[in-house]
Design a binder for this molecule. Structure first.
Ligand code: NAG
Ligand code: NAG
Ligand code: NAG
Ligand code: NAG
Ligand code: NAG
Ligand code: NAG
Length: 523
C-alpha cells in the first residue's frame, strides 16, 4: 500500500514536472483547428456482450475467445461491458464527459447472422437505437465495419478472407450499413487494423482466425499457411475495401455526404542504430507494415521491397483492380501506441520457407538497446511512452503518402485492471500525445481528430480482463456492471470542455481531483 502511494506521488511529480517544465505543454483544445474531433472508442465484441442474444451468431472473435487461447487467459466477451443493454447509460457518460464523437464497430453477425442474406431486425434495432441516442446528444458516430470479427459462418463456408468470395459478401454488408444508417453516420471505416489482422491472424496466428503454419506462429495452429495467407487475406481486404468505397461513392456519397477510410496500426519504426542496414531496415518495416495497405490505396500497387522479398507469394493486382484500389479512400485511421526500434535481419532472407515476418527481415525492440524485449507482443502493463513516434507516423503520411486526412483512431495507456482509479500513467499518456499532436497539426499534418482507446475497460485482445485502457472502470464483480470514472476521464473532460493544460491551473490534477474517493461516481 505504502509502495502504491509512493508510486502515485512519484507519478504526480512526474506529471507536474512535465507540465511545469515546458511552455510547449501549454495548450487547450481551442488551439486545435475548428472542427478537430476528440472522442473515445470501443469495438463490438469487446464491449457489447449479449453475444448469443436476439439472433446474433458467433464471429471468429467468439470462436477464438472460447478456444484455449493462452493470451486471454480463459476470458471472453460473452458479457463484456454489456453495452448492448447499457448503451443509454454509456452515451450519457460520453455526453457528460463532452466527447465530440464515439468510435464503435458494428457486429456483422448481429446485423446479418448468416453473413449474407436476411437482416436481423433486432440487430438493426440495436444499432439504430445506439446511433439515435448518440446523435440526440450531439455525439458524432464513427463506425467501423470489421473489427477482427468476421461472421464464423463465412469462415466455415469458404475460409473467410483468404477467399475472393468474401468481396461480394463484404460489399453487401457495407451496402446494408450505408442504406440503414448512412443518413446519420458520416464516417465509415471498413477495417480496423487491417495490417495487424492479416499478420496476427494468418502469420503469427495469435488473433482470430488463428491460422498459421509450422515453424511460424506463436502457438501451434491447426491450419493455415504463414507463407501465403497473410498476403492473400490482405489482398482480399484491399479489394473488399476498394469495392465498398466504390459502392459508397456511386450510390450514397452525393446524398449522404460521408467519408470512407481504412484503419492501420502503426508501430512507427526507427533504426536501433545508425548503421546503414538498420536505417534501411526501418524504412522496410514501414513499407511492410504501413505501405502494404497505404501504397496500393495511394499509388495503386504494393511497395517494391515487398514484391522483391515475397516474390510470387504476394498476389498482384490486375490493371483494373489497381485502378480501382488507387484513390479508394477519403481518410486513413491510424492507431498508435508505441514506437519500435528495428535492426536489420537480412540473413533471414536466405532461408526457405519464409513467412511474412521473415520477408520483412527485421528484429523489433520496444526499448532501445534492450534485446530481451525483442519481438515480445507488448511490454508488461504500462506501455513506455514514445509520443514523438506519433509525430513520426504523421510525418510519414505527410512526406511519403501525400498528406491525406488522418484520424488518430486509437491511442492510450494500458494499466493493470481494478487496482486504482487514479490512473496517472493514462493522464500522462493523453497529455503527451495530445501535445505532440498539436505540434504536428501546426507543422502541416492533415490530421482531423483524436480518439483515445478506450471509453471503458473492455475485453482486451491481448489479455482479456487483466489490463484496461478505459477512461471508465467497469466493476465486473457487480451484477450491474457499474461504471466508475477514472481520473483520466476527469482530465479528458476538463480538456474537452476547454480547460487549459497549463502549469498554473491547467491540468489541476492536484487539488480537487486527487481527493476523489475511489468509489465516487461522476455526477
Ligand atoms: C507446439 O508443438 C510442439 C511440437 O509438437 C510442442 O513441443 C510445443 O509444446 C507446442 N507448443 C504449444 C504452445 O502448444
Ligand atoms: C546516431 O547519430 C546521431 C548523430 O551523430 C547521434 O546523436 C545518435 O545518438 C546516434 N544514434 C544511435 C542509436 O547511435
Ligand atoms: C530490459 O528488459 C528487461 C525485461 O523487460 C527489463 O527487466 C530490463 O530492466 C530492461 N533493461 C533496460 C536497460 O531497459
Ligand atoms: C480485480 O477483480 C477481480 C475479479 O474481477 C477480483 O477478484 C480482484 O479481487 C480484483 N482485484 C483488486 C486488486 O481489486
Ligand atoms: C515539419 O515538417 C517538415 C516538412 O514535412 C519536416 O521536414 C519536419 O521534420 C517536420 N518537423 C517535425 C518536428 O516533425
Ligand atoms: C474544487 O471544487 C469545488 C466544488 O466543486 C469548487 O468550488 C472549487 O472551485 C474547486 N477548486 C478548484 C481549485 O478547482
Amino acid at each position: 500500500m505504502l509502495q502504491k502511494e509512493c508510486f502515485l506521488k512519484l507519478l504526480l511529480l512526474v506529471v507536474s514536472l512535465v507540465v511545469a517544465a515546458s511552455g510547449a505543454d501549454k495548450f487547450s483544445r481551442q488551439d486545435f483547428p475548428p472542427g478537430f474531433v476528440f472522442g473515445a472508442g470501443t469495438s463490438a465484441y469487446q464491449v457489447e456482450g449479449a453475444a448469443n442474444e436476439d439472433g446474433r451468431t458467433p464471429s471468429i472473435m467468439d470462436t477464438w475467445a472460447h478456444s484455449d487461447s493462452v493470451i486471454t487467459s480463459g476470458a471472453n466477451g460473452d458479457i463484456a461491458c454489456d453495452q448492448y443493454h447499457k448503451y443509454k447509460e454509456d452515451v450519457q457518460l460520453m455526453a457528460e464527459m463532452g466527447l465530440d464523437a464515439y468510435r464503435f464497430s458494428i457486429s456483422w453477425s448481429r446485423l446479418i447472422p448468416n453473413g449474407r442474406g436476411p437482416v436481423n431486425p433486432k440487430g438493426l434495432q440495436y444499432y439504430n437505437n445506439l446511433i439515435n441516442e448518440l446523435v440526440s446528444d450531439g455525439i458524432e458516430p464513427h463506425v467501423t465495419l470489421h473489427h477482427f470479427d468476421l461472421p464464423q459462418a463465412l469462415e466455415d463456408e469458404y475460409g473467410g478472407w483468404i477467399s475472393q468470395n468474401i468481396v461480394k459478401d463484404f460489399v453487401e454488408y457495407a451496402d446494408v450499413c450505408y442504406r440503414m444508417f448512412g443518413d446519420r453516420v458520416k464516417y465509415w471505416t471498413t477495417f480496423n487494423e487491417a495490417n495487424i489482422f492479416s499478420m496476427a491472424g494468418y502469420d503469427l496466428g495469435f488473433l482470430p482466425p488463428t491460422r498459421c503454419s509450422s515453424p511460424f506462429g506463436y502457438f501451434n495452429c491447426t491450419r493455415g499457411d504463414s507463407s501465403l495467407e497473410p498476403y492473400l487475406a490482405a489482398h482480399n481486404i484491399l479489394l473488399s475495401h476498394a469495392s465498398a468505397t466504390r459502392l459508397y461513392r456511386k450510390k450514397y456519397q452525393n446524398i449522404q455526404k460521408g467519408y470512407v477510410g481504412l484503419n492501420l496500426l502503426s508501430f512507427h519504426s526507427v533504426p536501433a542504430t545508425n548503421k546503414t542496414e538498420d536505417v534501411i531496415a526501418a524504412q522496410r518495416t514501414n513499407d511492410f507494415f504501413m505501405g502494404w495497405f497505404v501504397e496500393p490505396l495511394v499509388h495503386g500497387d504494393y511497395p517494391e521491397v515487398m514484391k522483391k522479398n515475397a516474390g510470387s507469394r504476394l498476389p498482384s493486382f490486375t490493371a483494373l483492380e489497381s485502378q480501382r484500389v488507387k484513390g479508394s479512400f477519403d481518410f486513413f485511421g491510424v492507431n498508435f501506441y508505441i514506437a519500435t526500434y528495428v535492426k536489420d535481419n537480412s540473413e533471414g532472407l536466405n532461408i526457405e520457407p519464409r513467412d511474412y515476418k521473415a520477408d520483412m527481415a527485421v528484429e523489433w525492440q520496444f526499448t532501445q538497446g534492450n534485446a530481451s524485449s525483442t519481438n515480445r507482443l507488448l511490454p508488461s502493463f504500462e506501455i513506455p511512452l514514445t509520443p514523438w513516434g506519433l509525430q513520426g507516423v504523421l510525418e510519414l503520411f505527410k512526406q511519403n503518402y501525400g498528406n491525406p486526412p488522418v484520424f488518430i483512431h486509437e491511442n492510450g495507456q494500458r494499466t493493470q485492471r481494478n487496482t486504482t482509479l487514479e490512473d496517472w500513467p493514462r493522464i500522462q499518456c493523453l497529455q503527451e500525445h495530445i501535445s505532440v499532436l498539436l505540434d504536428t497539426v501546426r507543422n502541416g499534418s492533415n490530421v482531423k481528430g483524436y480518439f483515445t482507446w478506450s471509453l471503458l475497460d473492455v475485453f482486451e485482445l491481448l489479455d482479456g480482463f487483466r489490463s484496461g485502457y478505459g477512461l471508465y472502470y467497469v466493476d465486473l464483480d457487480d451484477p450491474e456492471l457499474r461504471r466508475y470514472p477514472k481520473l483520466s476521464a476527469k482530465w479528458y473532460s476538463r480538456f474537452l470542455k476547454g480547460g487549459g493544460i497549463t502549469p498554473d491551473g491547467g491540468i489541476e490534477l492536484s487539488s480537487n481531483w486527487s481527493s476523489l474517493s475511489s468509489a465516487q461516481v461522476m455526477k
